[in-house]
Design a protein around this ligand. Structure first.
Ligand code: SF4
Length: 398
């Protein structure tokens, strides 16, 4: 089944936090996505990836994560949503989430994101304590977090935002139960409809890993970390939040549909440097550097042009999304398909051919309007169903 969700990775951050091993590109404290050449170059690759990928049914959830997506202007965010809408379509009521970092946006920029169609926001607060934020290498301070949360709360109350979430990290250096309890109280006072609470983990290659090795990082002992987790559960469930996934708590009706997709087996598309996707049950991670991502993208476009190197169904889908279509006879030869099998497919698609949606000109099969997804999706769905049945037929008996 084709996924109905997409994750888009925006790798830019002002600076790398001391605990972070995500695929990020630090651009400096004063960088702005709207004027940065690096951001423009990356977005052009991202648009290329979205436009030339296999496509599929309308998306029910989209998550723009990072990195710091709030370094992008609202026009850049709108551009990404439009590219997805062109390639897939957006289902009515789709959940469109954006990660925001305090001190990287203001209320006017938030309004721009909402006007672009964003309807759910995840705010990377992590802590209210300035000393802790400094220790984590974060750029924002507690006052920035409170201010940003205030804008979100107002937008939510005005009905401009369907939901918003606050991220916190527990198990931080020198943290004890009283400190964490205070953090939870501060979070609850902001009334976020959703809370994500992550455990600090020490990842290879980070400043924190180095500090730990040098004996300069006083992490809470394991039994205290477990107590903090219990405290989180007790405080948040008492406040009416449901614990719907390991790190996620939500008031009724505010569980993230996109989060659930990750655990449901439904699969999702991943776009951008370092993004992981799992379309049709196959998990795939993109290269974690911009150069690697650019190289992989141009290699996959070249392969799609040559019709080689990808599974058959993907070559078919990628080929048919191109204006010139696909050389079906060559593709069938590469897959060792027999003429009757191809004829069977042509029969199944006869209605589309009669309606002029599928054009078969000698060996070349093409969609009359590869950009008109609403029309071409029926052809593609039928082709995938044919291929799945054929694969089952051809599979060796157990
Ligand atoms: S802002 Fe987030 S993604 Fe960027 S470096 Fe810090 S933790 Fe990593």
């Amino acid at each position: 089944m084709d996924p109905r969700s997409a994750y888009v990775h925006i790798p830019f951050c002002h600076r790398r936090c001391f605990y972070c091993d995500f695929p990020v590109v630090p651009l400096g404290d004063r960088a702005d996505g709207a004027t940065s050449g690096s951001v423009a170059a990356y977005l052009s690759l991202l648009h290329q990836e979205i436009a030339t990928g296999p496509g599929g049914p309308p998306l029910a959830t989209v998550y723009l994560g990072g990195g710091t997506p709030s370094m992008l202007s609202s026009a850049q965010v709108a551009g990404i949503l439009e590219a997805l809408a062109r390639r897939f379509g957006l289902a009515p009521g789709a959940e469109l989430s954006l990660e925001l970092d305090p001190a990287s946006f203001d209320e006017a920029r938030l309004a721009g994101y909402l006007a672009a169609g964003i309807n759910r926001v995840s705010l990377g607060g992590q802590s209210f304590d300035d000393a802790v934020l400094l220790d984590l290498g974060r750029r924002h301070r507690g006052a920035d977090l409170r201010e940003a949360a205030g804008w979100l709360r107002r937008a939510y109350r005005r009905g401009e935002l369907a939901s918003w979430s606050l991220d916190l990290i527990q198990g931080l250096p020198r943290q004890d139960a009283a400190h964490w309890d205070g953090q939870l109280s501060a979070a609850l006072a902001l009334e976020p409809p959703h809370l994500s609470v992550y455990d600090l983990s020490i990842e290879p290659g980070t400043v924190f890993e180095r500090r730990l090795a040098q004996g300069n990082l006083a992490l809470p002992p394991e039994d205290l970390a477990a107590d903090l987790m219990d405290l989180t559960w007790a405080r948040l469930t008492a406040a009416g939040y449901g614990h719907y996934e390991v790190s996620n708590y939500a008031l009724p009706g505010h569980a993230s549909r996109h989060n659930r997709v990750y655990w449901s087996g439904a699969g999702w598309w991943g776009f951008g440097m370092g993004a992981t996707g799992a379309p049709r049950g196959r998990r795939r991670a993109h290269p974690r550097t911009r150069a690697g991502y650019a190289e992989a993208l141009s290699a996959s476009l070249a392969l799609a042009d040559a019709g080689e190197g990808m599974p058959f169904d993907e070559r078919l889908m990628v080929g048919l999304r191109r204006r010139e279509g696909v050389n079906m006879e060559r593709l069938a030869r590469q897959e060792r398909l027999e003429t009757p099998q191809l004829e069977d497919l042509r029969q199944r698609l006869a209605a589309y051919e009669r309606r002029g949606l599928l054009c078969i000109e000698g060996p070349r099969w093409r969609l009359a309007d590869p950009a008109g997804l609403a029309l071409s999706n029926g052809v593609l769905r039928e082709m995938l169903a044919w291929w799945e049945e054929l694969e089952q037929e051809l599979a060796p008996a157990p």
